[in-house]
Design a protein around this ligand. Structure first.
Ligand SMILES: [Zn+2]
Length: 420
């Protein structure tokens, strides 16, 4: 069971979650029963791939795009392929756009540090590497009722029948579906969505069913707002002054070791390359991947703990949504980006003066102008909390605009408080 959709929190609309029921195997009552499905799969997949490439490179993804490629599939199956490809291309485009945005922000921060000479010696200019168009590798068919119909079985031996249209016109494949006890338990009283997903693995064909669940809003719009700062030293710091999770200690050590290991490997590669070795050892490491997984788990834990302790509040956070962070777990990126969160860690929460020098070290915030001093994360969380309803600030598109706005607010603060 996995959660697929989670709408943004606190928008006043009830949230709709699509829950998937996976691991239902299609039963092959007699050998060769699923041959028609096996024959359809590669034709479907190659058509779907054509549209994925098309929607990633030539046209905006459009589920209702008129057919442009030839195929043996029926018109209905053709439509299903277009729809599935549009979905894949859309999320590819969104993720690519987000990654590119991250890159631009990192680049801007890098150039800024270069300009004011605060750059560390090891700092390297970020490089953008264009993404490859996704390749469909596993057989996955997201079908709708036009081509795959799920019908309750009258017979007690099976729970459902799947009626699958095949490559042969008017030939329908009838496959029995038998649910496990826990599947039945989960689906009890639910309205199953008409779209089903078919997956082919080595072990045969599997079907995924899904249903929608409306989640009532648990937080009143008037509930107090708590700001959350996302950082490295502390994954989460709330404006109520609590910390959750940290990247220090053991994890930090592991990360350092991993980085060293990768560097050594990269050196070795270079060396072998010069000597004309064709097959080079990979620079990615098992321990590195384990580390990433571990960091994700730690962040999830921090998020859950923080949620559990703040049941009746609305959370305010910048740029990255906690839901996305939790579920898509682009966690490594999240904390990289967090360091760039438009000056929320550099801005003085009293006089608005934004300056990197306001933070003499990771933990301390000390304003160069007004002298306000506090824990650095608490200062950032306070800023983020205040930015919730700050439309002027939210309208800023790039870091430069944020900085200009904060400086103008700082001037106003100075005038109002009788500074020269
Ligand atoms: Zn200040």
């Amino acid at each position: 069971m996995k959660q697929r959709k989670l709408q943004s929190l606190g928008q006043g609309k009830p949230q709709l979650i699509t829950k998937a029921v996976t691991h239902i195997q299609l039963i092959e009552v007699n050998p060769g029963k699923l041959a028609a499905l096996d024959a359809l799969a590669p034709v479907f997949l190659s058509l779907c791939q054509q549209y994925v490439t098309f929607f990633c490179t030539e046209q905006q993804p459009d589920k209702f795009h008129p057919p442009v490629f030839r195929t043996l599939l029926s018109e209905r199956w053709h439509r299903v392929a277009i729809q599935q490809a549009a979905g894949i291309a859309q999320s590819w485009r969104t993720n690519r756009e987000q990654a590119h945005q991250d890159y631009l922000e990192e680049l801007e921060a890098y150039q800024e540090q270069q300009a004011d000479a605060t750059q560390s010696l090891q700092a390297q200019e970020p490089v953008w590497k264009e993404w490859d168009v996704p390749t469909l590798q596993q057989t996955c068919i997201q079908a709708n009722a036009n081509v795959v119909l799920l019908e309750p079985s009258q017979d007690s031996t099976f729970d459902y029948w799947l009626k699958i249209s095949t490559l042969e016109s008017r030939q329908v494949l009838l496959v029995p579906v038998k649910l496990a006890a826990y599947h039945r338990q989960v689906l009890k009283g639910k309205i199953i969505n008409t779209s089903v997903t078919l997956n082919k693995r080595n072990t045969g064909w599997w079907v995924t069913l899904s249903y929608d669940e409306v989640v009532p809003i648990q937080t009143a719009p008037s509930a107090p707002v708590v700001g959350v700062d996302v950082g490295i030293a502390n994954f989460l710091t709330t404006s109520t002054g609590k910390h959750y999770g940290t990247f220090h200690g053991k994890m930090r050590e592991r990360q350092k070791r991993d980085r060293e290991k990768r560097r050594r490997k990269a050196k070795l590669r270079k060396c072998l390359e010069k000597k004309g070795v064709k097959k080079l050892p990979s620079t990615s490491s098992k321990s590195g991947q384990r580390l990433i997984r571990h960091v994700r788990q730690e962040i999830n834990r921090a998020v859950n703990e923080c949620f559990a302790e703040h049941l009746d509040v609305q959370f305010a956070y910048e740029q990255l949504s906690v839901a996305t962070m939790k579920h898509k777990a682009r966690a490594m990126n999240a904390y990289m980006r967090a360091s760039n969160l438009a000056y929320s860690s550099q801005e003085c929460s009293v006089c608005h003066y934004p300056d990197r020098a306001n933070r003499p070290d990771q933990q301390t915030f000390c304003c160069l102008v007004c002298g306000f001093q506090t824990h650095a994360d608490l200062n950032a969380a306070t800023n983020i909390e205040r930015r919730v309803g700050d439309m002027e600030l939210r309208a800023c598109k790039v870091r430069k605009e944020v900085k200009a706005l904060l400086l103008s607010r700082h001037q106003i603060w100075k005038q109002q408080n009788g500074w020269p």
